[in-house]
Write a protein that binds this ligand. Structure first.
Ligand code: GAL
Length: 347
């Protein structure tokens, strides 16, 4: 009897241990299934082409403001090297990001990054530097967020044409009935630079302004480079420049710096226009050192990027985000001059 009792106690303990093992194993296995991560587990990797770009720094600040508690975002900057960015993407994927936001260094060279993401099944939202259609259509989990560059060029041309018409004697300093202009262009090969220059100048012409191009320089979106290039243009053309069309605000401000260094008075300077509506750009419109800018909706782009990133990370439908062709979100630009600038400050 005693022996039977001991035996059955041992036997039931064995069954108990066996049941516990089965329960634990099933639990562990179901934990391995790819389930939608909870908000507090979401990891987003944000990769930028450079850390010294004014507009992008402000766009990233807007993005940071969108990030909710418990969402983990890692930001990396590639110092303008595509090889560095490829390595950064590889590391972020190894760390287990659920989604990547990539501001390519070379918008024509996204293949390594796309291959890495595809292999790990991590969706990518490209932003600001638009890849060509053949590249973005390589895989359904590739998206793009930016704005329509042609719209900013057209608006800059309209803003300049209006001011030239309104203040023709101030604009046409030599009174020859034509406007001598220079262009400060962003990076060679960047969609925003190419398209903004083309549409800005063509719109001026379409609006009936007769123009002569007296100079052109690439200044890579950069204020210091624009100052150097503008100083050379001033040296070559003297007071023969009546209009400066800059592809962004930082380069417009570089032109202002060059005129300041050359000690040319406000009355003798050309009309200067930028694009972006960065804090410094808007301040320059208030101070009338530049005549206008075109607001590049960084708040809208950051919000769209965050909402899309979260939806993709959670495996939710993205249909409420109204993606164009299932992959693009483009925000609209707005014209800013002295008349409406205050409503854009601290937007
Ligand atoms: C443009 C912006 C520039 C610069 C560039 C970087 O959209 O106007 O200021 O930030 O993107 O790709």
């Amino acid at each position: 009897m005693i022996i039977r009792n001991i035996f059955s106690r041992r036997y039931s303990r064995k069954i108990f241990v066996w049941v516990v093992c089965v329960v634990l194993t099933v639990g562990m296995l179901s934990g391995c299934e790819k389930k939608a991560p909870e908000s507090n587990e979401i990891k987003i990797g944000v990769c930028c082409y450079d850390q010294y770009d004014t507009f992008l720094s402000q766009l990233i600040k807007c993005f940071e403001k969108c990030v909710e508690d418990g969402v983990n975002v890692e930001y990396v900057y590639a110092s303008q090297s595509q090889i560095t960015q490829n390595e950064q993407v590889e590391k972020l994927i190894a760390k287990g990001v659920d989604v990547l936001c990539v501001n390519l260094v070379d918008r024509t060279a996204p293949n390594t990054i796309i291959e890495l993401a595809k292999k790990a099944d991590v969706p990518i939202i490209f932003f600001n530097r638009e890849l060509v259609e053949e590249d973005i259509t390589q895989w359904p989990k590739l998206y793009y967020i930016g704005s329509d560059a042609f719209e900013s060029g057209r608006m800059q041309g309209e803003l300049a044409a209006n001011m030239i018409r309104r203040e023709s004697s101030k604009a046409d300093k030599n009174g020859d009935g034509r406007i001598q202009y220079v262009v400060l262009e962003g990076e060679a090969g960047h969609q925003d630079a190419i398209v903004r220059t083309e549409y800005s100048v063509n719109t001026l012409i379409d609006e009936g302004v007769e123009v002569d191009k007296v100079g052109y320089a690439i200044a890579n979106w950069n204020r210091a480079q624009a100052q150097t290039k503008m100083a050379q243009l001033i040296e070559r053309n003297g007071d023969g420049i009546e209009l400066v069309l800059a592809n962004n605000d930082d380069m417009a401000l570089g032109a202002v710096d060059a005129y300041n260094s050359a000690k040319i008075s406000a009355d003798e300077r050309p009309l200067i226009f930028g694009i972006d509506g960065t804090d410094v750009g808007l301040e320059a419109v208030v101070n009338k050192t530049i005549m206008g800018t075109i607001y590049n909706d960084k708040e809208g782009q950051a919000r769209a990027m965050y909402d899309l990133a979260m939806a993709l990370a959670k495996g939710e439908s993205v249909s409420s985000l109204n993606l164009e062709d299932g992959r693009y979100i483009r925000t609209h630009y707005e014209k800013v001059d002295a008349a409406n600038v205050l409503q854009y400050i601290h937007k």
